[in-house]
Design a protein around this ligand. Structure first.
Ligand code: ATP
Ligand code: LTN
Length: 335
């Protein structure tokens, strides 16, 4: 964090180590973190406690946690400047989440689309953590007096409930929390599944539905070749009627930097095969430097462990300030 006296704005975001990081996470979230890093005091969290809301094998969860930390750095984030850390290493997250749970209503939580979506996909494991997930997410954000939260469009509702909880507590006890603003990119906020383009791309879905950031070029080509399109044989950007083709155009535009209208003009009259090939190649090229840097970092686990340890310490100092202030305000006796 900066040394001068002017308070820089705080930016916070998190990703779950619940699977292999996919293209939507990259385009909708991580890529923007890198652009914002220089203008804010940033914290980027591996939200491993959130990942417990879905069943993982312990060995997978451990590996994915390390991989996500490495991926943040491989994508260009600087762990000396920004605080890149793991949620479970900073116990204040769980402590604040408990308090926020007591200021969050069942009615609010039951309106969350992520809860409805995940509980319908994991019917055998509709646990209380899945239900109260937004209170833990609010704790992540509010602990650091966050100003800005860059996320994909799917997280908008969770940001709204975070703001509501902050305003509720501030209303009752005076200014405890800064009320955060979402930062949701307009054009690429939602990358859709390759096999069910009406649904968002998600790392916990079946393998062919998403492109993992670490997929090899051959796998990426194969996944795009199999991507669901339609029978209209017309390359147009029309997400309602041609969701598959429109999603490919969004991905191609996001990775090549060419606007969607220019791509539609250029590809008019050509087959879907060409669109798929072009998209696959643009994605491969964009991911190559990230993959190379990731491979290098994963060879140095001691470095990654040091980064996580040191940064958890930096985060904890900040988190304790907010927690102490809140405990006092709400009447928890503090000797
Ligand atoms: P899971 O399937 O485990 O819920 P996920 O792939 O949805 O995972 P998260 O860890 O929930 O990923 O999200 C990390 C970040 O990536 C969030 O900011 C989220 O908004 C963003 N994100 C996730 N999926 C997409 C997507 N398809 N398009 C754009 N942004 C996305
Ligand atoms: N809920 C988010 C992940 C997440 C998060 C956060 C994002 C947990 N805590 C704090 C931003 C800020 C998700 O499922 N994508």
């Amino acid at each position: 964090m900066t040394d001068n006296n002017v308070r820089r704005q705080v930016l916070y975001s998190g990703i779950q180590p619940s699977g292999r990081i996919q293209l939507g996470n990259y385009i909708g979230a991580i890529r923007n973190f890198v652009l914002l890093e220089k203008d804010y005091d940033c914290l980027f969290c591996v939200v491993d406690l959130h990942a417990l809301t879905i069943r993982n094998l312990p060995a997978d969860l451990r590996r994915q946690t390390m991989e996500l930390a490495a991926l943040y750095i491989a994508c260009g984030l600087d762990p000396k400047q920004s605080i890149i850390y793991c949620q479970s290493h900073v116990p204040e997250h769980a402590e604040l989440a408990w308090v926020l749970n007591c200021y969050t209503y069942m009615g609010e939580l039951s309106r969350m689309t992520q809860f409805k979506d995940k509980s319908s996909r994991h019917k055998d494991n509709i646990n209380a953590g899945l239900f109260t997930y937004p209170a833990l997410m609010a704790a992540d954000i509010l602990l650091y007096q966050t100003d800005l939260v860059p996320v994909g469009a799917d997280q908008k509702q969770h940001l709204e409930i975070t703001r509501d909880i902050a305003l509720r507590i501030n209303g009752l006890y005076g200014d405890v929390f800064r009320v955060p603003e979402p930062y949701i990119p307009k054009t690429t906020a939602k990358i859709m599944s390759l096999t069910e383009p009406e649904r968002k791309m998600s790392k916990s879905d079946e393998e062919d539905s998403f492109v993992a950031i670490l997929d090899s070029p051959d796998v990426i080509r194969r996944k795009f070749k199999r991507a669901v399109t339609d029978s209209l044989a017309d390359i147009r950007f029309d997400p309602d009627n041609q969701p598959g083709v429109s999603n490919l155009l969004s991905i191609l535009s996001a990775t090549s930097g060419t606007g969607i209208d220019a791509l539609v003009d250029e590809l008019a009259g050509r087959g879907y095969g060409v669109l798929k090939e072009r998209t696959a190649e643009a994605v491969i090229e964009q991911l190559k430097p990230v993959q190379d840097e990731f491979a290098r970092l994963m060879k140095d686990k001691a470095y990654l462990a040091d980064v996580l340890k040191e940064n958890a310490g930096r985060a904890s100092v900040l988190a304790q300030r907010t927690l102490r202030k809140l405990y006092k305000k709400i009447g928890l006796y503090q000797p």
